[in-house]
Design a protein around this ligand. Structure first.
Ligand SMILES: Nc1ncnc2c1ncn2[C@@H]1O[C@H](COP(=O)(O)OP(=O)(O)OP(=O)(O)O)[C@@H](O)[C@H]1O
Ligand SMILES: [K+]
Ligand SMILES: [Mg+2]
Length: 714
């Protein structure tokens, strides 16, 4: 309900004149991500990976491993039985089948299993290679641990504990994951992100998190360590790309259950078949029954299913996004709504003070004075840039007035920061509506020109902060921010995919409307507190929608956890990164579009190959069933509608086709089906036509061709 009240159509923003705003204050520009840098860089597979995958295909033959894939396990059992028959043709009763047929069937079945194992192994290969290179960047680092007496002691990074405080200076490696609690530095994070331009890390605000193993390239920072050694981001990253934590997703389990049940039904059919044929007076040989069973069961999808899932996760990683689970990637494919925060996501997030505007009868000097006191200890970018602007304007900062007072840190809940002075006076600055409420609660009145001045700033897309002492408001700070370029095109793309975008911001409605319009989001919600962001997500979820959220701030963390897909920016706070189920190493919020596409592609690829696999099997019946009966009753040649040379050749051809279709589809399973933004109905009918119809036709042609080749030998 709440969301309903708050959601405003962006169209309303049309009332406000559009304004060209191009700041020259983009000193934090390195935060701007580099699109798609990692997309084309890597080859699908290289020689070493192929050799490793070939070895793994044999290792995976271990029945204890095979049993996890019931379809291929059945094929493996078929291989073992025909192998026994090759050496002892009468092991299971008298047989009229020639030994060469047993060998051949057994060999084809072995290859069928190996091909399926190869598909999985090659899909796992890239993650393993990446994990190896990450492990190389993991090393012991000397940390300057800060002691109680203010001195530092050199210790090994491996003995660092959560809560320790370390100093890191220019040229040094950051010894562990942590948060900057003092200072500002530029940090080279290329070891983790692959992006060579250094990023600014600073205390307070949303850019304070640092990762172990990255290097400070300028200045010095004081860092509070947030993770014990062995539980770091790099450790998590390694085990993720290595696939050590890969679990089957609910969708995958459901599909597996269906396919296994199908396999079981076909097994019952094939096992009971001899009873009927015996009754009718002819016998079916064991290797022929096994060949029939293997053709009936969905081996194509059974062999490729796990590779499809692994490759999907891997594609996300290639985009420099770390997905904590395959489930999150799949959920991304079904997303209906995306919630984004404004500051740092849609805008650059380096909100900087650009002007001071006194209200009522307050003077510039008075406003400067109280603004200074409200910001002296405000370690956020907003606070620091306010102090910088005051210095620029030549106003003196009176630190003694503030001395001994109590610092009121900025909180997303109160949307204010400031000081309680020793003499009892209380100084605040913050969101205009919050400061107004605060002043009214103390019996103050609101200056008549305040709203007008504040709206003027907001209409330009800026953020006004009101400055007040007790019951009196002195004026406004004008904070500027810039919308990142290319936002409109990205949101248009999402609209084509049928996805609604909502900007949820702590900022005021007018600023929100201006930025929403400039960026081209569908809806916006202003004056959001952290719990409001969760409410919006819950509301959408209660409407049956799957919701994705991108964010970077600590105030976004609860919402990131509530969302079905939570994508945190690597530049963001530790809290945000821990709550999310994906982290974008490039800190590019519009990356959610790629993640959604990859998720859709994963679901589509799995659906299409399942369709293909089942359609495929149907075509095989036409080859193998007539052949089987013709073997028993030679007069039934009329059944040979495909005109295959001999019954045995028909059976072998169907089996060979069944085996080689698996490696032929590996590239498709790995790369995924190309996804173009279109409605899901159009997509479904398109895929059914291609993969359903294709699945029936391809085997007819394939088996016929193989039969022509096979007939040269038998
Ligand atoms: N250092 C600060 N001191 C006082 N008030 C602040 C400070 N920083 C921000 N504010 C005010 O608090 C509001 C909420 O800030 P918050 O960081 O929660 O959300 P936001 O960054 O504006 O929006 P988003 O959720 O899109 O990132 C801001 O719009 C601003 O009015
Ligand atoms: K099959
Ligand atoms: Mg924020």
């Amino acid at each position: 309900m709440m969301a309903n009240l708050l959601v405003k159509e962006t169209n309303r923003a049309a009332e406000f004149p559009e304004k060209e705003r191009r700041g020259s204050f983009q000193k934090n520009l390195p935060q701007q991500p580099n699109h798609n840098d990692h997309k084309d860089g890597k080859k699908l597979m290289d020689k070493e990976m192929v050799i490793q995958a070939l070895k793994d295909s044999f290792i995976k033959l271990d029945p204890r491993k095979m049993v996890k894939n019931p379809i291929m396990f059945v094929v493996e059992i078929g291989f073992i039985i025909t192998l026994i028959l090759s050496f002892a043709p009468n092991a299971f009763g008298n047989s009229g089948v020639e030994p060469w047929f047993n060998y051949t069937v057994s060999l084809i079945l072995l290859f069928t299993v190996l091909f399926a194992n190869f598909a999985e192994a090659i899909a796992e290969g890239r993650g393993k290679a990446q994990a190896d290179s990450l492990k190389k960047s993991k090393q012991e680092i000397t940390a300057n641990l800060l002691k109680g007496n203010g001195k530092t002691e050199k210790i090994s990074s491996t003995s660092l504990k959560k809560g320790d405080v370390v100093m890191v200076s220019q040229g040094e490696m950051i010894p562990g994951d942590g948060e900057v609690i003092e200072g500002l530095a530029s940090v080279d994070e290329s070891a983790i992100t692959g992006e060579s331009a250094p990023v600014i890390k600073e205390a307070g605000g949303d850019f304070n998190s640092v990762t172990g193993g990255t290097r400070v390239v300028s200045d010095q920072i004081k860092v509070r360590i947030t993770s014990n050694s062995g539980e770091s981001f790099l450790d998590r990253m390694i085990s993720l790309v290595e696939g050590a934590e890969r679990q089957k997703t609910p969708n995958e389990i459901a599909l597996n259950t269906v396919l296994t049940s199908l396999t079981l039904i076909f097994m019952i059919v094939v096992v009971t078949l001899p009873f009927f044929t015996n009754y009718l007076g002819f016998a079916l040989e064991i290797p022929i029954l096994i060949a029939l069973l293997v053709c009936l069961i969905p081996t194509t999808i059974g062999g490729l299913l796990s590779a499809i899932g692994i490759a999907g996760m891997d594609r996300v990683t290639q985009f420099n996004v770390l997905a904590m689970s395959g489930k999150a990637v799949e959920a991304a494919g079904d997303i209906n709504t995306i919630i984004l925060d404004k500051t740092g996501t849609i805008t650059f997030g380096n909100r900087m003070a650009s002007n001071f505007i006194p209200v009522s009868d307050a003077s510039q000097e008075e406003l400067h004075y109280w603004t200074g006191i409200s910001s002296l200890n405000d370690e956020t970018p907003e606070g620091r840039s306010t102090i910088e602007l005051l210095k620029e304007k030549g106003s003196k900062l009176n630190a003694s007035e503030a001395a001994g007072g109590q610092i009121i840190e900025f909180k997303a809940e109160t949307r204010m920061s400031g000081m309680d002075l020793r003499d009892g006076r209380r100084v605040r600055k913050g969101a205009v509506d919050s400061v107004k409420d605060w002043v009214i609660a103390q019996g103050g009145t609101i200056p008549a020109d305040l709203d007008e001045e504040a709206n003027e700033i907001a209409r330009e897309g800026g953020t006004p902060l009101a400055v007040a002492v007790d019951s009196r408001i002195f004026g406004l700070i004008y904070l500027k921010d810039t919308v990142k370029p290319g936002m409109k095109e990205r949101f248009d793309q999402l609209r084509q995919m049928g996805i609604k975008t909502i900007m949820a911001t702590g900022d005021n409605p007018l600023t929100a409307a201006t930025i929403a319009k400039e960026a081209g989001v569908d809806e916006f919600i202003a004056e959001c507190k952290p719990e409001d962001k969760i409410e919006v997500i819950k509301y959408e979820q209660s409407q049956g929608k799957l919701v994705a959220m991108t964010g970077d701030g600590t105030n976004d963390a609860p919402a990131l956890a509530q969302a079905d897909v939570g994508l945190a920016m690597n530049s963001g706070t530790t809290a945000a990164k821990e709550a999310a189920n994906m982290v974008d190493l490039d800190s590019n919020p519009t990356k959610i579009i790629e993640v959604v596409s990859i998720g859709k592609q994963l679901l589509m690829t799995r659906g299409a190959l399942t369709t293909f696999s089942i359609a495929n099997d149907i075509a095989k019946y036409f080859a193998i069933i007539p052949a089987m009966f013709m073997l028993a009753i030679p007069e039934m040649t009329a059944l040979n509608i495909m005109g295959l040379s001999t019954p045995l050749s028909a059976i072998l051809s169907a089996l060979i086709f069944n085996a080689i279709i698996i490696p032929m589809l590996i590239p498709l399973a790995m790369k995924g089906i190309a996804y173009k933004p279109m409605s899901s109905n159009a997509l479904l009918s398109r895929n059914l036509t291609i993969y359903g119809l294709g699945g029936v036709l391809v085997p007819f042609i394939g088996i016929k061709l193989i039969d022509m080749a096979v007939s040269l030998f038998i």
